[in-house]
Design a protein around this ligand. Structure first.
Ligand SMILES: CC(C)(COP(=O)(O)OP(=O)(O)OC[C@H]1O[C@@H](n2cnc3c(N)ncnc32)[C@H](O)[C@@H]1OP(=O)(O)O)[C@@H](O)C(=O)NCCC(=O)NCCS
Length: 208
């Protein structure tokens, strides 16, 4: 039986579980450091314990993924899992379209209706949320979150741990630095440096 462990039993983790259930994972257990305060279940899936319990039984799982939406926290937890010897999995909803000529890193979550086009490179631990479009030749670095329905034109480069909000549009060839936030609905027509928050149409940036 193909078993998946998800760390983080919040809403994002449950969307991963739902996608995993549709894509060949036969058993799904959650682990969450708020357990037992979380209660016994995350929706229809059991919460088996906290991460110390998971660390003691990696052999029971074919894959582990971090289901935490916050980018720095997801990065830190994924690193702890790697250091402890976990085998990371990416979960891709069957209704997502990922080009055979794109690259996807370890521990990524790709949700329904997301499109990743030819030549795109996606780093480790990225979230490609529902309905987002990653056009050809984009470079998405590690632990980035592309929000639902956000659209990235060809050749866009997003730096580590940046977050593109729901429905944002980013013109082709734009570079967004590391640890920046693009607000919901923003239209980005110029490069955005590291550690900025950019909102509006056209997007204007201020330090985070
Ligand atoms: C950009 C964002 C992070 C800013 O959050 P914040 O720092 O709490 O900002 P505030 O709500 O205090 O707003 C600060 C100012 O920015 C404006 N603003 C905030 N978000 C904005 C947006 N998306 N578009 C335009 N203006 C925005 C506010 O109107 C406010 O303007 P004012 O100072 O003139 O009144 C947040 O609004 C956002 O867009 N997050 C993305 C949400 C998302 O994608 N969720 C889906 C998750 S799956």
């Amino acid at each position: 039986m193909k078993r998946l462990a998800i760390v983080g039993a919040g809403g994002h983790g449950r969307v991963i579980a739902d996608a995993a259930q549709c894509s060949g994972w036969q058993a799904i257990d959650f682990y969450d450091d708020a357990w037992p305060g979380t209660g016994p279940h995350a929706g229809p899936w059991p919460i088996a314990g906290d991460t110390s319990l998971l660390f003691a039984q990696f052999d029971n799982y074919q894959g582990v993924i971090v289901g935490i939406g916050n980018n720095p926290t997801r990065a830190a937890v994924q690193q702890r899992l790697i250091d402890a010897g976990a085998s990371l999995a990416s979960v891709v909803h069957p209704a997502a379209v990922v080009s055979r000529n794109a690259q996807l890193g370890a521990g990524c979550a790709v949700f329904a209706q997301a499109v990743v086009n030819v030549g795109a490179r996606i780093g480790d631990g990225a979230i490609l949320n529902t309905g987002c479009i990653i056009e050809h030749d984009c470079l998405i670095e590690d632990f980035v979150h592309i929000g639902p329905n956000a659209g990235l034109g060809g050749g866009v480069h997003i730096g580590q741990q940046s977050w593109v909000g729901i429905g944002a549009s980013i013109n082709h060839l734009i570079h967004i630095g590391r640890n920046s936030i693009i607000g919901s609905g923003a239209t980005v027509i110029r490069d955005i440096p590291d550690a900025m928050v950019a909102v509006g149409t056209p997007a204007r940036a201020r330090p985070a």
